[in-house]
Design a binder for this molecule. Sequence first.
Ligand code: C5P
Length: 233
Amino acid sequence: MKSSSPVIVALDFPSEKETMQLVEQLEPSLCRLKVGKELFTRCGPALVRQLVDKNFDVFLDLKYHDIPNTVARACAAAADLGVWMLNVHALGGEKMMSAAKQALSTNNGKTPLLIAVTWLTSSGQSELDALGVKSTPQDMVSRLATMTQDAGLDGVVCSAQEAQILRQSMGDDFLLVTPGIRPADAGKDDQCRVVTPERAMQDGASYLVIGRPITQANDPCKVLQSIVATLNT
Ligand code: C5P
């Protein structure tokens, strides 16, 4: 059965072996999977296909940012892998994002969801100042989210702490995909500002990206099931 779960498990592993050891314990009905730069660079498209063939919805988190033609062609190539969702950097601009969207909708076969990263949560005011940009991180996030919507994309990746404001300003149909999620009883790892799964969903998140609380657990499936259960009550 395909997923209706809002949980996306971040597969931040350096090898196929470790990835598949975890994936064998998970169910497509309980979660979707995120493949990022490390895993993709090590294991490539073959691993993505393997996950898709196991019936998982795969979010290919490669955050494309280049000239419009190059990004459009990369997005079409990702769609050919059968991924469910992929992303670009909103800082690439509206023309780049529109070209990406256009390439997906004219590609034969299923059209993946396309979302954008706004202002990275690892960058703050000092990075904007260094660029000479007269804005606050919050204004930057709002501006880039609006540009993303204007370009016809499906949503953005954002901090769970930005979800409430973005949900109000961007409307109900815009996807908000939020990392930095920690169940109340989990450690924070290197995340600074964390939000519980329930709170993120209440604040308007559409999907929750969760890595280490699940991937490093003694019983990953049990932790996943308990997170999903808290969201269904
Ligand atoms: O293990 P953890 O739950 O912290 O993993 C979060 C995932 O979300 C990682 O893959 C990380 O790269 C990603 N992410 C993030 N913060 C962002 C964007 C992406 O933690 N602002």
